[in-house]
Design a protein around this ligand. Structure first.
Ligand SMILES: Cc1ncc(COP(=O)(O)O)c(C=O)c1O
Length: 384
């Protein structure tokens, strides 16, 4: 069993802050800070250490594959989730009978905007609406996915309210109807086990600055191995070529692996940080992390109920990600008030968003709840 108290000590900010903001940007681990320092040392002592840097990109690819339980050849290391989505979109053809992309009302903007951007290439984008209770049940996906659907591009956990969608159900439906599934697991991966093989998704995107403990400016795209040969991105670059250092300007020769979805020079310094963050996730183990995070969000949900302040996040464990969203009549002021008490959270849709990682403690949840309780009359929604 992981010693979470000892692990907590590896994140210096936790000595000063109740840090409930990993869904925006993770707390900085000592090993990630050291890794960034190692890059600086490299620059000062060696100058341009290209062989080491190219290998760092490969180390990130291997570690990311291990986290997703995929093969390294199925991973593209990208500059962002958006970059991975764009590279994938550029390889899809919307001119045939399957011209539809289904997205949900829970998407982060980029995973809808990029598909809408494909409308100039023939795509039609349909949105699965949220139901009156705020959730999106499987039946709503069943109504829209059909023989005209090429892709269901869907988030695992909604960044606005913490709701977790029924991904196995959506994948089953989509595959039965001949469509592929892209999973945006950015608000889940690192805080939960995301086993792309078990989930049977065709593609997955995310990035390293949140629950993967790395930094901004680096992400990943997973592509199922059997699909890679038939997908040729027009969004490309020299690091996407079969032989990067052939420097051939006469043709586009994409890598036979998912590296074909990459583009230019890797974000070297970010690779250092991402590798250290991913290794920490692998060291703790995603199953143990998921269990820990579930217990913490459950504690938060139960305590909110006890103080009579209803959350907009689903109460059922299976429908909840690593996040609890708390409505307020003036969330911006409440956020400031929490900040003054050294509680770091974020704000979405008029809700306070408390996002949890394995380094959080029962004490962090209790601190948040005590702070909310003390200002309940001033900040809780009128109806509660
Ligand atoms: C669910 C989700 N998808 C995508 C993104 C955007 O990723 P990027 O900025 O790397 O394109 C975010 C960022 O917050 C996110 O939460």
């Amino acid at each position: 069993m992981s010693n979470f108290a000892a692990l907590r000590a590896r994140f210096p900010v936790l000595a000063r802050k109740t840090y409930l903001n990993s869904g925006s940007y993770c707390a900085l681990a000592d090993s990630v800070r050291e890794a960034i320092g190692a890059y600086m040392e490299d620059r000062l002592r060696v100058g341009a250490n290209w062989d080491v840097w190219v290998e760092k990109n490969e180390a990130v690819r291997r570690a990311m594959a291990a986290v997703l339980r995929a093969h390294p050849d199925e991973i593209a290391v990208t500059a962002s989730a958006s970059a991975g989505l764009n590279a994938l979109a550029s390889a899809l053809d919307f001119r045939g009978a399957r011209d539809r992309v289904i997205v949900s009302d829970f998407e982060f903007p980029t995973n809808a905007q990029i598909w809408h951007a494909q409308e100039t290439r023939g795509a039609r984008v349909l949105h699965v609406p949220r139901a009156a209770d705020g959730y999106i049940p499987l039946e709503s996906f069943a109504r829209l996915i059909d023989e005209r659907t090429q892709l269901v591009a869907v988030t695992q956990v909604c960044f606005r309210n913490g709701a977790r969608l029924d991904i196995p159900g959506i994948v089953r439906l989509a595959h039965e109807r001949g469509a592929r599934v892209l999973l945006d697991c950015y608000q889940a991966v690192g805080a939960m086990t995301v086993d792309v093989k078990k989930l049977d998704v065709d593609f997955a995107v995310g990035g390293m600055l949140k629950y993967l403990l790395g930094t901004a400016g680096i992400g990943f795209l997973y592509v199922r191995d059997s699909l890679i040969p038939d997908l040729t991105p027009s969004h490309s670059g020299w690091f996407a070529q079969e032989d990067i250092f052939a420097m051939d300007i006469t043709a586009n020769r994409p890598s036979p692996t998912a590296r074909r979805f990459e583009a230019g020079t890797p974000p070297v310094i970010n690779c250092y940080a991402a590798e250290a963050g991913l290794n920490l996730i692998l060291e703790v183990g995603t199953d143990a992390i998921e269990e820990r995070v579930r217990a913490l969000t459950r504690r938060c949900m139960q305590q909110l109920q006890a103080i009579g302040w209803a959350s907009v996040t689903p109460a059922e464990d299976a429908r909840r990600g690593p996040m609890v969203c708390i409505p307020s009549r003036d969330a911006a002021q409440l956020l400031e008030r929490l900040m003054r008490q050294d509680i770091v959270a974020s704000l979405r849709d008029g809700n306070i968003r408390a996002t949890v990682h394995f380094y959080n403690s029962d004490g962090d949840i209790d601190h948040l709840i005590a702070a909310l309780k003390s200002c309940r009359a001033r900040h809780a929604p009128q109806a509660t």
